[in-house]
Design a protein around this ligand. Structure first.
Ligand code: GLU
Length: 305
């Protein structure tokens, strides 16, 4: 398996040259655009990796899957979906447009920024610190990695430049979709995006969703089966920005990408996958990562359809 992964990295490395690292968050410019790495963990808990598999990067939008799970665990589901929709938007991840043009002004889904800011606002805790502690603890539990940390420079960089997200936060508050304090919600959102991971952490989290919420090592339930199903459904329909349809057609695996260059993928009852390649295509997906997943899906017959 490791050989296959190494071959896939080698044959797709050239595509990283066609993309660019995200620059709208200044700190993300520091990534090495030619990095490419993958990790796969299967149902026997065997881990295989190749390429830049120990590089740390910020989780960015992939955090939206985890925070969605947390919001659904913390609240009544009907309440969550009264605040955020279930439909793909077809717009870029940071688009503000439908918050004005939709009849209801409700954010389309929890995988775009507007919807994710809402799910972040639903995390329970008496103080901002308590919410942050609960969030980080949950990420660590899912990744089975107690060393996960917030990258302070990325967090500060996001907070300083996140005015578009701030604008969405205030619109959402105005329209009743956020009840919590907007600045606190955004602070938590910037922090969740700035949690540093490797592809191994992503593969571990992906595997938990693949296994419908049961920790493969201990047999303990961490997340309910229904919530894992919902998260994976959102990954398929909305996880790859406005390229989700094409990705579902060509790769056919529930996946979520982030502008840090990570992609987490989850093949039900088979494997969890983490991929990293910070050079992005125009829609914000890792350009090398997409190729790697496409090749892997074909090679191992992973298409769920
Ligand atoms: N922190 C990023 C933002 O809010 C996340 C975007 C992403 O990874 O899609 O713009």
């Amino acid at each position: 398996m490791e050989k296959i992964l190494q071959q896939i990295i080698n044959s797709n490395k050239k595509y990283t040259l066609d993309g660019q690292v995200a620059s709208y968050i200044p700190e993300l410019r520091n990534a090495n655009s030619e990095d490419l790495g993958i990790c796969v963990i299967d149902m026997n808990n065997s881990m295989y990796s190749a390429g830049d598999c120990d590089k740390k990067f910020t989780i960015q939008s992939i955090s939206k899957t985890i925070v969605l799970a947390m919001a659904l665990m913390d609240n009544e589901w009907d309440y969550v979906f009264s605040k955020v929709g279930m439909e793909p938007s077809g717009d870029p991840f940071n688009s503000i447009m439908k918050l004005e043009t939709n009849d209801t002004k409700k954010p389309c889904n929890p995988m775009i920024n507007a919807g994710a800011i809402v799910t972040t606002s639903l995390i329970k805790g008496n103080t901002l610190q308590e919410k942050e502690d609960r969030m980080l603890a949950f990420f660590r539990k899912l990744a089975k990695n107690d060393t996960l940390q917030i990258n302070e420079s990325v967090y500060k960089s996001e907070k300083l430049t996140g005015d578009r997200n701030r604008a969405m936060g205030y619109l959402l508050k105005n329209d009743g979709y956020i009840e919590a304090n907007v600045e606190e919600t955004l602070d938590l959102y910037f922090k969740q995006c700035s949690i540093e991971v490797t592809v191994k952490d992503l593969a571990r989290i992906g595997l938990l969703f693949s296994n419908y919420g049961i920790d493969i090592e201990t047999g303990k339930r961490i997340i309910s089966e229904e919530i894992c199903r919902m998260v994976k459904t959102f990954m398929i329909t909305c996880g790859m920005y406005d390229a989700s349809g094409e990705f579902a057609l060509k790769v056919g695996i529930p996946a979520k990408s982030g502008v840090g260059g990570g992609i987490m993928a989850s093949v039900p009852r088979k494997i969890g996958i983490g991929v990293y390649g910070p050079a992005l295509d125009k829609k914000g997906n890792s350009i090398g990562g997409l190729r790697v997943l496409k090749t892997l899906s074909k090679k191992l017959n992973l298409n769920i359809f």
